[in-house]
Ligand binder design. Structure first.
Ligand code: ATP
Ligand code: MG
Ligand code: FE
Length: 337
């Protein structure tokens, strides 16, 4: 089938067309209004989605060389995400499904991040273990099939992307700070400033303590030297990045070993981090894992991943009623929550 997919869960307005599992287009418009606020402002996100959605969808169809009347289904991100932002995509998709008289597909954004692995080759074999690291989530997921996934561990407080963004903000960097930490960390000493790592049981994570430790450390150093951050930016970025990656790797290694899985993937915005990508590839060589790392454009929010998820749901006839509504706290499909 030919499916149009729309993503609008946060601050990217995106549309993609997939044909029988092959992505034909993927248009992403990143909202810039949030930069000066140091984080996503929900009301501004909704308004920007409203403004962007029609041109983004038109461009995705044009780029794919597909007419509206060629479509067999329309998909949208049902959740999790910001309610107002999700509503824009959901309403638009409903309108299209209704007027074209084709099925509507509701996609879980976090499962879609994982299914980004199925856009390009090589594709992981099942079961595979995915470390999903994004702005709002940090999860270890056992993926048994495209539609059967089990969360085996997750953060008990902040997401790792949030830890990147908040520590960046403390250093005075723009939002989102993750990519800037990645950039400034190049050439920095990752072992210069060791930050504590609290022990969390099982396959769960905690990141809120690091942020506080970092803030306290900088306050103290700043009293001695008010240019401390500026003078040590590379080492600070490298050290905080190293600490965050160490926490992620510890649990990934533990889960891979105990669950006896050697097919390993990373997904979500933070999987664009160059040091995380290198670390996991190197660890994979030592452990004999097959490591899968999505293309950069499929790590951060995009509709191609929503389209990929929709492709599998279309084959399983998992459709939504036209009176459906988005769910900001949506759990994985197939789990009864
Ligand atoms: P969720 O997917 O949990 O709903 P989200 O959609 O806002 O949250 P994504 O778009 O998947 O999150 O990822 C955005 C996050 O990825 C931000 O926290 C951003 O700082 C982080 N990020 C992007 N690139 C990098 C990078 N190179 N290094 C570190 N972090 C990065
Ligand atoms: Mg974003
Ligand atoms: Fe996301």
């Amino acid at each position: 089938g030919i499916i149009l997919a729309i993503e609008s869960s946060c601050d990217e307005t995106s549309a993609s067309v997939v044909s029988n599992g092959k992505v034909l287009s993927n248009i992403v418009s990143t909202q810039e209004v949030h930069q000066k606020y140091g984080g996503v402002v929900p009301e501004l996100a909704s308004r920007a989605h409203q403004k962007n959605i029609l041109p983004v969808v038109s461009e995705a169809l044009k780029d794919a060389n597909i007419k509206k009347t060629d479509l067999n289904a329309v998909a949208f991100t049902k959740g999790p995400g910001l309610l107002g932002a999700l509503l824009v995509g959901a309403s638009f998709a409903k309108g299209m499904a209704m007027s074209l008289d084709i099925p509507l597909i509701g996609v879980n954004h976090m499962q879609a991040h994982i299914l980004a692995h199925f856009i390009d080759d090589p594709k992981p074999q099942f079961p595979f273990l995915c470390l999903t690291v994004s702005g709002g989530h940090t999860q270890l997921v056992v993926v048994k099939s495209p539609l059967e996934m089990e969360v085996v561990g997750e953060t008990i407080d902040d997401a790792v992307g949030e830890a990147f963004d908040k520590t960046a903000k403390i250093m005075g960097l723009d939002y989102p700070g993750g990519p800037l930490i990645d950039k400034f960390a190049q050439g920095g000493d990752p072992l210069k400033y060791p930050f504590p790592n609290v022990n969390i049981p099982d396959y769960n994570f905690s990141f809120s303590g690091i942020k506080t430790a970092f803030l306290n450390f900088l306050r103290k150093e700043n009293q001695k030297n008010e240019n401390f951050i500026e003078e040590n930016k590379a080492d600070l970025c490298a050290s905080i990045q190293h600490t965050l990656i160490k926490i992620l790797m510890k649990k990934l290694i533990k889960a891979a070993k105990e669950l006896n899985i050697k097919e390993i993937g990373i997904a979500g915005g933070v999987s664009a981090n160059s040091s995380l990508r290198n670390t996991i590839l190197e660890e994979g060589k030592k452990k004999g894992w097959n490591v899968y790392v999505p293309d950069f454009e499929h790590c951060t929010d995009n509709a191609a991943m929503i389209a990929m998820a929709a492709h599998y749901q279309y084959e399983g006839k998992d459709f939504e009623a036209l009176n459906t509504s988005p769910n900001p706290r949506m759990k994985f499909k197939g789990t009864n929550e």
